[in-house]
Design a protein around this ligand. Structure first.
Ligand code: AAT
Length: 297
């Protein structure tokens, strides 16, 4: 229990209520001061808690999606890594990402012509606009074409070569996101990418979701080719084990080490006051521990 001292020295007991994301063997807990939103949508249970350590936190079906205080790690890494290595990105598609964090970071790249985001669940958008305003701040941006629909359907219907970058900012492979982890879906993503197109996905935790992690890298390599699929890591304290991964799959010439000139990257980082991403970190994120290398072969 947390105890603070009041002015006269008596201990004040702060509330001792915990949110816990449970797995069979380990769990992640955050102490909170109450629940701000709780709606069962057509797809999932959408909740927002006011946590003491990480600010407001969005959960879906009891799993942490994002928090106000550590969201920048995930959202900066899922966006700037591809956008600062693609030779000339113009058209971007975001699948999922209903909290708005990915859209907010993508829109910092002013040279883009088209940004489409397809989120299946309008309750995620509603909860985020109400309780995660700093994350959701760009959801009404004039350049953002926000579509409430199934991302799988959108991708199936999109024309060949219509996007330079597809970011799959999706939930874990249960519920509405299950189909986002299939060979068929990734084949369709590959089809709608332009010649130099890139696909970025959040690829789970190599430590926590090791089976899914191995499978998705095999799947991506089968579609994009063995040497065109890369993995990078980031530290996300509110996801299980804190070790999280992203995949970078390239259809053409884009390569994760072909970063824009350092001065240009530095200027972008500074202008946008990024809190995690920088040129050194970009390169370092692709250095993988041996046990991770072994898992993806
Ligand atoms: N920005 C980090 C938060 C997420 S949320 C992922 C979003 O994907 C959710 O809003 C969910 O409703 C949406 N989604 C799920 N399935 C689909 C689909 N088929 N089409 C469109 N959107 C979908 C990612 C958190 C990562 C979790 C790590 N444990």
């Amino acid at each position: 229990r947390d105890e603070k001292s009041s002015e006269d020295g008596d201990p004040i007991r702060t509330r001792d209520v915990w949110f816990t994301e449970r797995d069979d063997k380990i769990a992640l807990s955050l102490k909170h001061d109450g629940k701000l939103y709780d709606v069962q949508s057509d797809y999932q249970r959408v909740e927002v808690y006011n946590t003491q350590a990480y600010g407001n936190m969005l959960t879906l079906d009891g799993m942490v999606m994002t928090t106000e205080k550590d969201e920048y790690v995930y959202h900066e890494m899922i966006t700037h890594v591809p956008l600062l290595t693609h030779p000339d990105p113009k058209r971007v598609l975001i699948i999922g990402g209903g909290d708005g964090g990915t859209a907010r970071e993508v829109l910092k790249h002013e040279n883009l012509e088209e940004v489409v985001m397809v989120e299946i669940d309008d309750k995620v958008i509603e909860a985020s606009k109400m309780h995660l305003p700093t994350i959701a701040q760009s959801l009404d941006h004039p350049k953002l074409n926000l579509i409430i629909d199934d991302g799988i359907k959108y991708v199936n219907d999109a024309a060949d070569g219509s996007f330079d970058l597809v970011i799959v900012d999706s939930t874990d492979p249960v519920g509405p996101a299950e189909g986002l982890f299939t060979v068929d879906f990734y084949k369709e993503v590959h089809r709608i990418l332009s010649a130099d197109g890139l696909m970025i996905t959040q690829s789970e935790s190599p430590r926590f979701n090791s089976k899914v992690f191995k499978e998705i890298y095999q799947t991506y390599r089968g579609i994009f080719g063995q040497d065109n699929v890369h993995c990078y890591l980031a530290h996300i304290p509110t996801y299980p084990t804190g070790m999280w991964s992203f995949s970078y799959s390239s259809k053409g010439s884009a390569n994760p080490m072909n970063l824009k000139p350092t001065e240009e990257v530095d200027a972008f980082v500074k202008a946008n006051k990024l809190r995690y991403y920088n040129a050194d970190l970009h390169k370092a994120a692709f250095a993988l521990p041996n046990f991770v290398k072994e898992m993806i072969g």
